[in-house]
Design a protein. Structure first.
Length: 377
């Protein structure tokens, strides 16, 4: 069974043309179609021959130390045991107070003046009289002994009484009862930490008039998270800055780490010794300490430059004269947006820091600078 053959009817435009002209137009159209098809095939073949490439951004390799640190807030305090409490072994009456709390004082500067109380005067007068009487009694008994009117035991008892009277008077002189007025001066450069005395006030024996903290030997007490406290040890060098002016900072050293969590703050306290005591560093000042936890040496790279394969192996790409070179690395540590890595990296080859996710080993690279030039052309 043969299929019927249908002839395409000529279009009205071709039907209107003479036969010879119609054949010429059809031949020309066929030639143009064949030429276009050949050009398309040639372009597709040329594109198939071009190797794939990726646009990346690179940066030079740099060695260094990456440090992970923790910030802790606290206050400046006087050194433990360094504060001097000014008190008196006797009752006194405050005559003048020449300083105020928080005032900086120089060595030898007058802090306050006190007078003995009337009761103190009476006690001292009695001690002096007891000594005078004990001396005269011994002299009398010695004279009687020479006349054989007093025994040796009586003389010995008089000598003991005289020694007791002398000791009592010396003790009262040591307490300052022999001074009608006493002037108290600062024994060192320091700060008046607290002041309890006021003019006209009577202080009992042993009562503290004021506290003086030395300018040298200040400490800072800061609190850290209990999870980080175990990573800090005495001798760690930190940086201490004012909370109100971070540009002002000094070096500090960890003295000790508390062995318990403070129930009020929920943190572990650290004591830091200050290497210097500038004028702005005052007791009670709020400070922030930057404490290093870890330090890693290696190549310092952007964190995004490090990739991992399905097995968890870390790797990076370097630009090896226009081609991607994959290098397996070990990540020593991360901090912020940077990582410290080690591996068989070539220091002379730049590192791919952007566009590395689509790379494979040996792939052709175009840097961001080359891309910009291509767009300009």
């Amino acid at each position: 069974m043969s299929l019927p053959i249908f002839a395409a009817a000529p279009t009205p435009l071709l039907r209107a043309l003479p036969p010879r002209t119609t054949r010429s137009a059809l031949n020309l159209a066929a030639a143009l179609a064949l030429g276009a098809l050949g050009a398309l095939c040639t372009l597709a073949s040329a594109r198939a021959d071009v190797a794939p490439s990726a646009l990346v951004r690179t940066a030079p390799l740099q060695r260094g130390v990456l440090t992970r640190s923790v910030a802790a807030v606290g206050t400046v305090r006087t050194a433990s045991g360094g504060t001097l409490s000014v008190d008196f072994a006797r009752a006194v009456r405050v005559r003048q107070v020449l300083v105020r709390p928080g005032q900086a004082v120089r060595r030898g500067q007058v802090l306050l003046e006190v007078d003995n109380t009337p009761a103190g005067h009476a006690v001292y007068a009695q001690a002096r009289e007891a000594l005078r009487f004990a001396q005269s009694e011994l002299d009398r008994l010695l004279q009687l002994q020479r006349q054989q009117l007093a025994t040796q035991s009586q003389v010995d008892a008089a000598r003991r009484s005289l020694a007791d009277a002398r000791a009592t008077l010396a003790a009262q002189q040591a307490q300052g009862l022999d001074q009608a007025r006493q002037i108290v001066r600062a024994p060192f450069d320091g700060l008046v930490q607290s002041l309890q005395a006021t003019p006209g006030m009577q202080l009992a024996a042993g009562a503290v008039a004021l506290s003086l903290a030395p300018r040298a030997g200040l400490q800072a007490v800061v609190g850290v998270d209990p999870r980080q406290a175990s990573e800090l040890a005495p001798g760690t060098v930190a940086r201490l800055a004012s909370v109100f002016d971070p540009a002002r900072s000094v070096q500090a050293t960890v003295l000790d780490v508390a062995g318990r969590v403070d129930p009020a703050s929920g943190r572990v306290e650290l004591r830091l010794a200050l290497g210097a005591t500038p004028r702005w560093l005052l007791p009670g000042l709020a400070v922030q300490a930057t404490l290093p936890l870890h330090a890693w040496k290696g190549w310092l790279v952007p964190r995004q430059a490090v990739l991992r394969d399905a097995d968890g192996q870390a790797y990076v790409f370097q630009d090896d004269h226009g081609h991607a070179r994959r290098v397996s690395v070990r990540v020593r540590g991360d901090e912020g947006e940077r990582s410290a890595i080690t591996g068989a990296l070539r220091a002379s080859l730049p590192l791919v820091v952007l566009g590395n996710y689509e790379l494979s080993n040996g792939m052709a690279l175009r840097t961001s600078g080359d891309g910009a030039k291509g767009q300009a052309r």
